[in-house]
Design a protein around this ligand. Structure first.
Ligand code: FES
Length: 180
């Protein structure tokens, strides 16, 4: 192959190298830029605000607390079962509900409901909560976090796009004060 005058093999390989590096930079850069921009992307914003169905009202009999799961609305298809999130649903009187995050307000271990004692108990450090989610004893400094809920027809829905955490106070229904 003959090269144009004044154009060496070194120049040729340099240009090919720059071209290939450009392709690699685009391949690596596009996902990174998409990730960085994802919090302001429209479709994710909509998901944060969406209402997620927990099931029909018949699944939560009056006076009882039942485990329910929902699909995290802010997921990608590759998240698999990690996007299935559990929560506790308390049907207070047939009309009023409380939906608690399953995570302990201390360090986030999943709490379990014990109807025999009417308590939520945390297996990690012995935190305990009353049936209304308020703190009963142990290391947690507050009660369980609650989701906003609404009833649509015969279905119970929660606003679950943002996980309730101490830093996301807007996503909880109310702060439950610790007991004296
Ligand atoms: S994580 Fe529940 S008491 Fe510590």
């Amino acid at each position: 192959m003959t090269l144009p005058a004044g154009f060496s093999r070194r120049d040729l390989f340099m240009k090919i190298g720059i071209f290939l590096n450009g392709i690699v930079a685009v391949i690596l850069g596009v996902p990174i830029v998409r990730y960085l921009l994802s919090p302001v992307a429209h479709e994710r914003k909509g998901s944060y605000d969406s209402w997620v169905p927990l099931g029909s009202l018949e699944q939560f009999p009056p006076g009882q607390t039942r485990l329910a799961t929902y699909r995290d609305p802010v997921v990608s298809p590759t998240d698999g079962e990690t996007a299935d999130i559990a929560c506790w649903v308390r049907n207070v009187d047939g009309q009023t509900f409380q939906v608690f995050a399953i995570n302990c307000a201390h360090l986030g271990c999943p709490v379990r409901w014990f109807p025999q004692s009417n308590l939520f108990l945390c297996p990690c450090h012995g935190g305990a909560y009353y049936q209304d989610g308020s703190r009963a004893s142990g290391p947690p400094e507050r009660g369980l976090f609650e989701y906003h809920y609404k009833i649509d027809g015969r279905k119970l829905l929660i606003k679950a796009g943002e996980m309730p955490t101490p830093g996301q106070a807007s996503s909880i229904v109310r702060e439950i004060s610790p007991c004296a």
